[in-house]
Ligand binder design. Structure first.
Ligand code: HEM
Length: 339
């Protein structure tokens, strides 16, 4: 293993643990809402024979939606949808952590460090990251959603590829997407100056909804009726000598050459309490043997994102849970009261 990648991952683990302590919760994706339900694997002929996604299999499942950066749901920001294929708070055969936007605003651990530093510096920092990496900025413009109507209407992407081991011994690359069950339009897409000035993320002056309107909308929706999503994947067969660009998380795979294949339907029927949602621990390397994180060689390797995540989450979560115990309280404290 490359020493620089090892050391920077160890440092990032500690920095993110500290962010979590300062936030009284997660280091990132702090404000969210969660639900439990079941997942049924599709019996479509398009699915290659696979040990985990076996046609017709059913799994217990949990979902957590969150704003990546802001407490205020009306801000312009990236949103998330994370799946845990179990009803436990930690153990599970598979976790899938996904954000809105097909591409990622950073593509290796080097750019992730610049990105994190830029985000800490706020609007100014984000703008200078955009000036330095205009192509990343373009990806960010496509990933943020301004005050969407419902978490259940958005599309969430794993962005980085993983290894996908088929029953006939092939190792393919896979990317995941979670989207609404019904054909409903995406929500909160930004246009005009709001699109160009991606770094201006605060709520608009004319916005009147509560800070937590989006989380409340989800809770109210699920209390009335179950919420359904479709989980899909794109597959890529590695070709010897092909460009490393296929691993670049900033670049979505072309849907014409890599069509989305439906893996199954997730149905959520009950929301989790705030405590249950806060105790959830999603880990990128909670995976069965038939799916795996791609090894990385260096800090500039596209696969270094997956490697770092496979270490950082566990470390930061351990501290997060210790802190909850120490404080006798789980989760962040809301800055304003809502009904
Ligand atoms: C493709 C890139 C990434 C995606 C799509 C992604 C996605 C996510 C999602 C969806 C969550 C929220 C999980 C939840 O609801 O509990 C999360 C949390 C988190 N992410 Fe990432 N992430 C990415 C990269 C990274 C990197 C590179 C790091 C650090 C090296 C990182 C560190 C964290 C931490 C510390 C948490 C909070 C964990 C916890 O306390 O439970 N992420 N991420």
């Amino acid at each position: 293993m490359n020493l620089k990648l090892l050391v920077s991952t160890a440092i990032l683990s500690r920095i993110f643990a500290i962010f979590g302590l300062l936030n009284h919760g997660r280091a990132t994706h702090l404000w969210g809402v969660a639900a439990a339900g079941t997942f049924k694997v599709s019996d479509s002929a398009d699915l290659p024979a696979h040990d985990f996604f076996k046609k017709g299999n059913e799994y217990p499942i949990q979902l957590r939606h969150a704003n990546v950066s802001f407490e205020d749901d009306a801000c312009k920001g990236v949103r998330s949808g994370s799946l845990k294929f179990s009803h436990q708070s930690d153990d599970s055969p598979l976790d899938l952590l996904m954000n809105t936007g097909e591409g990622n605003g950073f593509w290796n651990i080097k750019t992730f460090i610049s990105f994190t530093w830029a985000r800490i510096r706020g609007e100014k920092g984000f703008k200078s990251y955009c000036d330095k990496y205009p192509e990343a900025c373009q990806v960010a413009r496509g990933s943020v959603r301004r005050a969407p109507d419902s978490f259940s209407q958005l599309r969430y992407y794993s962005k980085i590829p993983f290894h996908f081991h088929t029953q006939d011994g092939k190792i393919l690359l896979v990317k995941f997407k979670l989207g609404p069950y019904e054909k409903v339009p995406d929500s909160g897409l930004v246009t005009g100056d709001d699109y160009i000035n991606v770094w201006q993320q605060q709520r608009l002056p004319e916005e009147t909804r509560d800070m937590d309107y989006l989380r409340k909308e989800f809770l109210s929706r699920i209390s009335e009726k179950e919420i359904k999503y479709r989980l899909s994947m794109q597959l890529h067969t590695p070709i010897s000598g092909e460009s490393e660009e296929i691993y670049n998380a900033a670049q979505a795979w072309d849907e014409n050459t890599h069509p989305w294949i439906e893996l199954g339907v997730a149905t959520f029927s009950k929301s989790l309490s705030t405590t249950q949602a806060e105790l959830l621990q999603f880990q990128v390397n909670n995976m069965p043997d038939s799916i795996s994180v791609i090894p990385a060689k260096s800090m500039s390797d596209y696969n270094s994102i997956g490697y770092a995540r496979s270490k950082v989450y566990k470390y930061a979560q351990n501290w997060r849970l210790k802190f909850y115990k120490y404080r006798h309280r789980v989760g962040p404290i809301a800055s304003t009261k809502s009904d």
